[in-house]
Design a protein around this ligand. Structure first.
Ligand code: PRP
Ligand code: ZN
Ligand code: MG
Length: 226
C-alpha cells in the first residue's frame, strides 16, 4: 500500500473540512470521481488517490506514512501529535500550506450560572473534552490543577449530566454553546485547516515532483480568494 506509485491524499469523509478540501483539489485541476460509499477515490487525470476517512484518523495516517498528504484541522493535528508523542509513536509531519477554511477555536465554556473569575475558578474541577492533551497542556501552562474528562461526543451536555463542571470544545458560530446554556470563557487554541505531508523522507522522486508541481496551484487558488 505505501509503495503505491500513486500519491495518496487523506481527506475527511464528511464534516467541516470535507467540502472545502475537495473543492481545493478540484480547483487545482485534479479530476475526482467520488462515490459516496467508497473509501478510495481515484483521480482520472493525475496519479492521485483520495482516501476518505474520519478526521481523527488523518494525523496518524500521515505520521505512520500510510498516506503521503492529508487535509486536517490544526486542533486535531496538534492533539494527535501530543497523544502519539506520549505513546512513543512517530509524531512528525510537515505543514505544506495553512489554508483559508476550517476556522474554529477550542474554548473553555462554563454553565451560565457558574461564578467564573478566570481559569483559576476551575481549580480542582472536571472539564469534559475531546482534546485532553491540548487541555491538560493549557492547565499546566496556567498552573491549574484540573482534570480533563475525555468524551468523544456530546461534550456540551456533560455539565448538565453531572459528568463535568465545564467543557472545552470547538466553537465556530457559538450556537451549540448557547443551546446548552454554556458561555465561552477562554480560547485555548485557534485552528484552521492545513495541508500536511509525511516527514519521514520516504516520498519517491516522482511523488515529490508531483507535490512540487501542485503547490504553486494551491497558492494561486488561495491568492485568488484573498
Ligand atoms: C463541533 C463542536 C460543537 C460544534 C460547535 O462539533 O463539538 O458541537 O462543532 O459549532 P458551533 O459553535 O457552530 O455550534 P463538530 O461539528 O465538529 O462535530 P462532532 O461534535 O460530531 O465532532
Ligand atoms: Zn481501487
Ligand atoms: Mg460537536
Amino acid at each position: 500500500m505505501s509503495n503505491s506509485k500513486r500519491l495518496r491524499i487523506a481527506v475527511q469523509k464528511s464534516g467541516r473540512l470535507s467540502d472545502d478540501s475537495i473543492a481545493l483539489l478540484k480547483a487545482i485541476g485534479i479530476k475526482l470521481n467520488i462515490r459516496d460509499r467508497l473509501l478510495i477515490a481515484h483521480s482520472t487525470n493525475q496519479p492521485i488517490d483520495l482516501l476518505r476517512v474520519r478526521d481523527d484518523d488523518i494525523p496518524g495516517l500521515v505520521m505512520d506514512g500510510v498516506v503521503d498528504l492529508g487535509f486536517i484541522g490544526e486542533n486535531e493535528l496538534e492533539e494527535k501529535m501530543l497523544e502519539r508523542k506520549a505513546a512513543g509513536k512517530p509524531f512528525e509531519y510537515e505543514v505544506l500550506r495553512r489554508l483559508d477554511y476550517g476556522g474554529c477555536r477550542l474554548s473553555i465554556a462554563v454553565p451560565n450560572e457558574m461564578d467564573y473569575n478566570g481559569i483559576q475558578s476551575l481549580e480542582g474541577k472536571k472539564v469534559a473534552t475531546t482534546y485532553p492533551y491540548l487541555l491538560e497542556r493549557y492547565f499546566k501552562d496556567q498552573g491549574i490543577n484540573a482534570k480533563a474528562v475525555m468524551l468523544q461526543g456530546s461534550v456540551e451536555v456533560a455539565p448538565r449530566a453531572g459528568v463535568a463542571d465545564a467543557i472545552c470544545d470547538l466553537v465556530s458560530t457559538g450556537a451549540t454553546l448557547e443551546a446548552n446554556g454554556l458561555v465561552e470563557k477562554d480560547v485555548i487554541f485557534r485552528s484552521k485547516a492545513v495541508l500536511i505531508k509525511r516527514a519521514d523522507g520516504e516520498l519517491s522522486e516522482e511523488k515529490e515532483t508531483l507535490v512540487n508541481r501542485l503547490m504553486p496551484r494551491v497558492d494561486g487558488v488561495l491568492l485568488a480568494k484573498e
